[in-house]
Design a protein around this ligand. Structure first.
Ligand SMILES: [Cu+2]
Length: 164
């Protein structure tokens, strides 16, 4: 009986280890959002200095796909889904977007809602308010399965703030 008991304990600890590592994987895939420093940070609506309208279509394109802003600007993206499919706009580095996209493909049911993104059903309009704190390029993409691969992506070009 002692052997059985030990085995049961062993199985239990294996299970615990497996759950822990699964949780770890999840944290890694969502490490995507840890890179907000380079991307910027959630914006405060009262501080919006620029509004950009972005249209999403079933031809797997964002329009416009290239957006120019200035460092430190808080931008209100007014995003409209003109298609019949669900689409979303997610801001991030290309690396993070790809990692998140792969996680979405493995977990199509995964609900995700973060300040750097908006997911919209057909015909809906939503907003993302974001402050671009670093000069450089911030990417965005639609991470719905298949869409990113078909080119549903774009970039925000952040120009260095004057005097810096
Ligand atoms: Cu899409």
């Amino acid at each position: 009986m002692k052997t059985l008991h030990t085995l049961a304990l062993f199985a239990l600890s294996m299970f615990a280890a497996a759950s822990a590592s699964a949780a770890g994987t999840h944290a890694v895939s969502h490490g995507a959002h840890a890179d907000h420093d380079a991307t910027g940070k959630p914006g405060v609506a009262a501080k919006v200095t620029r509004t950009v309208k972005v249209d999403m279509t079933d031809s797997m394109r964002f329009s416009p796909a290239s957006i120019d802003v200035r460092q430190n600007e808080t931008v209100r993206f007014v995003v409209t889904n003109s298609g019949q499919l669900k689409h979303e706009l997610v801001l991030g580095s290309e690396k993070d977007l790809k990692a998140h996209y792969e996680a979405m493909k493995k977990n199509p049911e995964m609900e995700h809602a973060e300040p750097n993104m908006v997911t919209l059903a057909a015909g809906k309009t939503g907003e993302v308010v974001w402050q671009f704190t670093q000069a450089g390029k911030v990417d965005f993409g639609c991470l719905q399965p298949g869409h990113y691969d078909m080119g549903m992506k774009g970039s925000v070009n952040v120009a260095k703030a004057a005097g810096k």
